[in-house]
Write a protein that binds this ligand. Sequence first.
Ligand code: DC
Length: 242
Amino acid sequence: MMTAPDASGTSLQVPVLTIDGPSGSGKGTVSRAVAERLGWHFLDSGALYRAAALAARRRGIPSDAVQELAALARDLDICFVERPGDEPEVRVDGEDVGDELRTEQVGALASAIAALPEVRAALVDRQRDFRQPPGLVADGRDMGTVIFPDAPVKVFLTASAAARAERRHKQLKQKGLDVKLADLLQEIESRDARDAARTVAPLRPAADAIVIDSTGLPVEAVVDRVLAIVASAVTAAGMPAR
Ligand code: DC
């Protein structure tokens, strides 16, 4: 299937599983679990946008300073430290920014700067660099459509807005954060609308993506379904897998 090495010398034969979808669809948990089961690397592309947003806020860069934001996104020192069974630790300029990165405020700012084509362009190569042997699970909004259009397996994971708000509410509660469910639902709906309506890389399934609606499904069931999709692609195309 994919044969040519890319300009950086990374072989395009390295398989990529893209998992795109709206926030709260369970993408992050499912992607991490699938990456762990396959022994593949994991890219949380949303964390790159969040890290850029957080750094912009800390440095006082306004959300309309397009060139400054693009330079920040391209050059910012962001490092992911993989932690088995847990979200990777995210370090910005060497500092663990963990919980701050996950706040609704940083998410909203990330969504705003993600609508800027210059910022998205600045992050393209950073994301493609994650394609390393033996494989990559890439979690995001445009992994299958823009960043890895040649990925042999693409999944689009979705769920009703109410189910996503409830999941997020539970997650935040576990972290000791008390946020109103109704506010979360409103936030999710407006972010969805913004992410789907933007002109660059709008949120939509790739034409060749398999859509999974996870409403009412436990995480393990979704993980098993995704692994089954990968397994059948391996059988069909001789794709390397563990
Ligand atoms: O997945 P997340 O909630 O961490 O992402 C934060 C924001 O970043 C989200 O509102 C949309 C944006 N994003 C994007 O535009 N493209 C991606 N590949 C990942 C995230």
